[in-house]
Design a protein around this ligand. Structure first.
Ligand code: HEC
Length: 152
C-alpha cells in the first residue's frame, strides 16, 4: 500500500507539468488550435442561444422542452472557451485586454456563468416570463464582455 502510494505520487509529480493551467502547450499543440477551439465553442454556444431569441420575442411558440435543451447546451458550452485563452494564444478577434486585464476578463466570465445559472433555473420553471428576463440578462453579459474584449 505504502509502495503504491509512493508510485502514484511520483506519477503525479511527473504528470504535473503536462497539466499546468494556462499554457497553450498543455491542451493545444499550437496557438491556432486554441483559437479555433474557443471560436468553435463560442459559435455553437451562440447558435443555441440564438435559437431561443424568436421564442422570447414571441415570434415562435414556447416549447419548454426545446428551450430547456438549448439552455443546457448553452450552459455546457459556456464553461469551455476560457481555458483556450492561455498565455501565447493571443489572436483571433480577442483584444490584447484579455491578457493584460485578466482579472476583469475573469469577472466577465463569472458574470456570464451567474446569469446562465439563472437562465437554467428559469428554463426549468417552464415560465416564459422568467425565461425572457433571464435571457435578456445573459445577452447583456455577452455584450458587456464583447464591448471590452472582442474586436468587431
Ligand atoms: C468573458 C468574455 C466573453 C463572454 C461573456 C462572451 N464572449 Fe463571445 N467572445 C469573447 C471573445 C474574447 C471572443 C473572440 C474570440 C477569438 O476570436 O479568439 C468572442 C467571440 C464570440 C463569437 C465569435 C466566434 C467566432 O467564430 O469567431 C461569438 C459568436 C460569440 N463570442 C458569442 C457569444 C455569446 C452568444 C455570448 C453569451 C452567451 C458570449 N459570446 C459571451 C468573449 C466573450
Amino acid at each position: 500500500m505504502k509502495k503504491l502510494a509512493r508510485v502514484l505520487s511520483v506519477a503525479c509529480v511527473a504528470a504535473a507539468p503536462l497539466l499546468a493551467p494556462g499554457t497553450a502547450a498543455a491542451q493545444f499543440a499550437k496557438p491556432e488550435d486554441a483559437i479555433k477551439y474557443r471560436q468553435s465553442v463560442l459559435t455553437v454556444m451562440a447558435n443555441h442561444f440564438g435559437r431561443i431569441a424568436p421564442v422570447v420575442r414571441g415570434q415562435q411558440p414556447y416549447d419548454p422542452e426545446q428551450v430547456k435543451a438549448d439552455v443546457e447546451i448553452v450552459a455546457m458550452m459556456s464553461k469551455l472557451p476560457w481555458s483556450a485563452f492561455g498565455q501565447g494564444t493571443e489572436g483571433g478577434a480577442a483584444r490584447p485586454a484579455v491578457w493584460s486585464e485578466g482579472a476583469k476578463f475573469k469577472q466577465a466570465q463569472e458574470r456570464l456563468q451567474g446569469d446562465i445559472a439563472k437562465l437554467v433555473a428559469a428554463a426549468q420553471s417552464g415560465d416564459l416570463a422568467q425565461v425572457r428576463t433571464a435571457y435578456g440578462a445573459v445577452g447583456a453579459s455577452c455584450k458587456a464582455c464583447h464591448d471590452n474584449f472582442r474586436n468587431r
